[in-house]
Design a protein around this ligand. Structure first.
Ligand code: 6PG
Length: 238
């Protein structure tokens, strides 16, 4: 385990609404660049409440959805229709509301159990190159995706792309997560961090602590949109 090895750019925003607006702007910008360069946009989504506000906004955006491909950084092992599933939340607020081809939405088959789902999702990712943009959340304990303190984060170059996670401290206990190594294979990575409850984890991350969030290391570094605003970090919206 090592503290962040890549540049971490902190971007303070005034409140949740500003965070959602700035995140949408960045997602759309990344999509534009990827589609222009390669004809498609490979986006990895995260679960949690913070991104939900972003997804609600994205549903109203103008985009060529036929070029977008959606993957998931982690999933909770629950039935497909369970309201706590990340894929269900994303579909409800965003993907069911825009004309994206269904075959371009790639949920983790977590209903099959963590081990089976991890192996099937790894197979799905096998031929895929780098992602264009990976969205990440941050837990109060510094976790990201379903990589929790004290667990295996799959950082090494030989780590599997997808991990079966048991005994998660955040319910449900059984989950599936892309490894830190596979999450790091992306052109851009954007963390969405909101709420007073995250301040301690943010302070530890900034001090160089060994948190899961600091273990993902895409070559271009990571951007962190954060509210409430951090002291000594100038505010900007994008
Ligand atoms: C999940 C997540 C998880 C989440 C963070 C932050 O499935 O639970 O992917 O890593 O992003 O816990 O969640 P909040 O934004 O709700 O605080």
């Amino acid at each position: 385990m090592a503290a962040s090895r890549v540049p971490t750019r902190w971007i303070s925003v005034a409140d949740d609404e500003a965070l959602a607006a700035a995140a949408c702007e960045r997602i759309l910008r990344a999509a534009g660049k990827a589609i222009e360069a390669r004809g498609q946009f490979l986006l990895v989504l995260t679960g949690g409440n913070t991104p939900k506000q972003v997804y609600v906004r994205m549903a109203k955006a103008q985009a060529d959805w036929s070029r977008w491909h959606f993957y998931f950084g982690d999933e909770r092992c629950l039935p497909v229709a369970d309201a706590e599933r990340n894929s269900r939340m994303v579909c409800e607020v965003w993907l069911d509301r825009v004309p994206v081809p269904r075959e371009q939405i790639h949920p983790v088959p977590a209903e099959a159990g963590a081990l089976a789902a991890a192996s099937r999702y790894a197979e799905r990712l096998r031929e895929l190159g780098d992602f264009d943009l990976v969205l990440m959340g941050l837990g109060e304990d510094g976790h990201t995706a379903s990589l929790f303190p004290g667990h295996d984060w799959g950082e090494s170059a030989t780590a599997p792309d997808v991990l079966a996670v048991f005994d998660s401290p955040k319910p449900p206990p059984e989950r599936v997560s892309l490894s830190a190594a596979r999450l790091g294979r992306t052109r851009e990575m954007l963390f969405l961090v909101a709420g007073e409850g995250k301040q301690r984890a943010v302070a530890e991350w900034r001090r160089g602590a060994l948190l899961p969030a600091a273990a993902v290391s895409p070559p271009a570094g990571v951007d962190v949109l954060v509210t409430p605003p951090l002291p000594n970090v100038s505010r900007r919206a994008s």
